[in-house]
Design a protein around this ligand. Structure first.
Ligand SMILES: Cc1cc2nc3c(=O)[nH]c(=O)nc-3n(C[C@H](O)[C@H](O)[C@H](O)COP(=O)(O)OP(=O)(O)OC[C@H]3O[C@@H](n4cnc5c(N)ncnc54)[C@H](O)[C@@H]3O)c2cc1C
Length: 577
């Protein structure tokens, strides 16, 4: 893997940080009048000692974090990706062993303070908005998927901030961070993966305490890391066997109370343990209220995990594009570097376009969550009843559509970009000695776990169709961006208007379909919705640039929008013939 600071060597990522993200807005949403800094002054709580007290301090803190992530991921984590993938993990006598190099990396990552990125400072976390977390995680996933999960799984427990009792939050979040726990989503069972409402693991209450019995499959990091423990955030049935989603509750179970019975041999992310777990009356701590396990808490956790997969896909695509670009500039065929051969240049250009579109979409999804999440969390913390204002309601709704769109699109495109990277390498791409073969294998899980592409489409389609109604939120959001581009650079808006009209027409046709045919075309509608959104995001960000950089980004936007229009037209043809 290319060894460098992954922040410093990525001009597009830097453009997002320096020009595209509205930090004034994001800092306002997250810091809320710099409450943490004020509390530090008042109480001297050491966890808040790094809290910024001005926009400038917040920005300096974010820059410092991006640079530290870029350095650790690009110079250290990336260099272990290939050897750890080759060595893999061992399972013997009921115990999973990670190579010593992984344990050392994990400790180094933790010592540098980079692990608890999703938590607020008051619990010992880094305390940053989702948009910054997304950009940092992208760099880590660019370096390696398996090792990123190992170093960062604790962040799944951020769901406790929203739904656990105050006592549980105050006890468990700092413990998970400081005692170097790994955290696992304890959802899937052998018979139920997408069909989570049917899971069978049972929880029963005996003398006021809960105990879980059953088995969970595909449990990432459930074994912890060598001497460091894990917890499972497990979905289990507290209602009758046929109680469906409403009979499911959510529990925290410590790894000292369950057995890891094996690990899977996999196509990719081989340095990440995928465990089978057995509970035999394992003590579990109830999170939140009984019966809301799936409908509120797991959906909340999955939304966070989907943002992380969006970062993973963007990171993989960036790695694949950078590796391919480097190779193509060095590989000589017919007397010239292959990047000068039009067919190869075309593949590289598509990889660039997709990587940049993916980053826009990742940032868009994370910002959408930032626009409602922190205010809602503060209301819980202050024990006030959550009062959602119009702004929060609007963004919560939009985020519930954009997050699955981002997870679906970015994971599918990561596969496609990794596929092209192998093609650019030719035969060398098929050989494990080069990194693109591993990237291709590792990309394959992104559109499966945390809900497959088909499940993301199911999650997004309702919001896309209702959002495109006359007064729908998605329509208004897209129209606002279109107007902005038309005002800022009218000649560039024509193709975007055409694409928007084609998307409207596709939705109208879709609404006339019925039954299985309608279900089968949901993908095409969500695909065009995502491509329209991405085209507008690319155009909107182009407006923030000047000179040649602006020209170049508008040109890339044009190419992306033309390709999207072609996709939309082909979809309509299939839908209407
Ligand atoms: C490496 C790895 C790590 C994982 N880590 C974890 C983890 O840490 N915790 C955890 O709980 N799980 C984990 N999983 C499980 C993962 O989330 C599931 O594999 C995934 O959700 C799909 O479920 P399934 O494998 O049972 O496939 P199935 O649900 O059997 O799906 C098979 C096919 O049917 C399609 N399908 C199913 N239902 C529908 C529907 N309603 N509409 C349209 N299409 C549908 C799917 O899209 C897919 O194409 C992991 C899996 C792997 C491979």
């Amino acid at each position: 893997m290319i060894q460098s600071n992954y922040f410093a060597d990525n001009p597009d990522l830097q453009d997002h940080v320096e020009r595209f993200v509205d930090w004034q807005e994001m800092i306002g949403l997250y810091e809320d009048g710099f409450r943490d800094a004020q509390e530090y002054k008042a109480t001297g709580n050491e966890r808040l000692s790094m809290a910024p007290s001005t926009n400038e301090e917040a920005l300096a803190y974010y820059h410092q974090m991006l640079d530290a992530y870029g350095d650790m991921c690009g110079n250290e984590l990336s260099q272990l990706a290939a050897p750890m993938d080759r060595i893999g993990l061992k399972f013997e006598n009921g115990k999973v062993t990670h190579p010593a190099e992984i344990e050392k990396l994990f400790e180094k990552f933790d010592d540098a303070g980079l692990r608890p990125i999703a938590f607020q400072k008051k619990y010992g976390g880094l305390g940053v908005p989702n948009v910054l977390k997304a950009l940092c995680q992208e760099m880590s996933y660019r370096a390696d998927g398996a090792l990123s999960i190992t170093c960062g799984s604790v962040n799944l427990a951020a769901i406790l901030e929203a739904y656990a009792s105050k006592e549980m939050r105050d006890e468990w979040i700092p413990k998970l961070i400081h005692e170097r726990y790994s955290v696992t989503m304890g959802l899937s069972e052998a018979d139920f993966g997408s069909d989570l409402p049917s899971v069978r693991t049972r929880a029963e209450k005996i003398d006021g305490k809960w105990y879980l019995t059953g088995t969970k499959r595909f449990q990432t990091m459930a074994c912890g890391l060598n001497k460091y423990p894990a917890v499972l955030l497990a979905l289990a049935r507290t209602g009758a066997p046929d109680s469906g989603a409403r009979g499911l509750s959510f529990f925290l179970v410590d790894s000292k109370d369950f057995e890891v019975t094996g690990i899977e041999k996999k196509l990719g992310i081989k340095a990440s343990p995928t465990c089978e777990v057995a509970f035999e009356k394992a003590p579990g701590l109830l999170i939140g209220e009984e019966g809301h396990g799936l409908s509120r808490y797991v959906i909340g956790m999955l939304n966070g995990a989907r943002l992380s997969v969006a970062s993973q896909g963007t990171g993989i695509a960036t790695a694949a594009w950078y590796e391919a670009r480097k190779y193509a500039s060095e590989r000589i065929q017919f007397g010239k570097p292959i990047d000068q051969i039009p067919a190869v240049a075309k593949m590289l250009r598509r990889m660039e376009r997709e990587s940049k579109a993916m980053r826009c979409l990742m940032v868009e999804a994370a910002s959408a969550v930032d626009r409602y999440h922190w205010k809602a969390l503060r209301a819980i913390d202050s024990d006030e009843k959550t009062k959602k204002d119009d702004f929060g309601r609007k963004w919560e709704k939009l985020a519930s559509t954009i997050t699955p769109m981002a997870k679906y699109y970015i994971s599918e495109m990561a596969n496609s970009v990794a596929y092209d990277a192998i093609q650019v390498f030719g035969g060398a791409g098929f050989i494990e000695e080069y990194d693109v073969a591993r990237l291709y294998r590792d990309a394959r899980i992104t559109n499966i776990y945390d809900g497959t592409t088909q499940i993301q489409v199911n999650a997004a389609i309702g919001g896309v169709v209702s959002g495109m109604a006359e007064t729908g939120g998605l329509r208004a959001h897209l129209q606002e961006m279109l107007d902005l581009v038309a005002k800022g650079e009218s000649s560039r808006a024509a193709i975007l208007k055409e694409l928007f009209a084609e998307f409207e027409s596709l939705v109208s046709h879709f609404k006339t379909l019925e039954g299985a045919k309608k279900d089968s075309f949901a993908f095409e509608v969500v695909e065009t919705a995502t491509r329209t959104l991405n085209s507008l995001l690319l155009a909107k960000t182009s407006l923030k640039l000047t000179g040649t950089a602006r020209e170049e980004r508008f040109q890339l936007t044009h190419e992306y929008a033309v390709e999207s229009l072609g996709t939309a037209q082909a979809s309509k043809l299939r839908m209407t013939r």
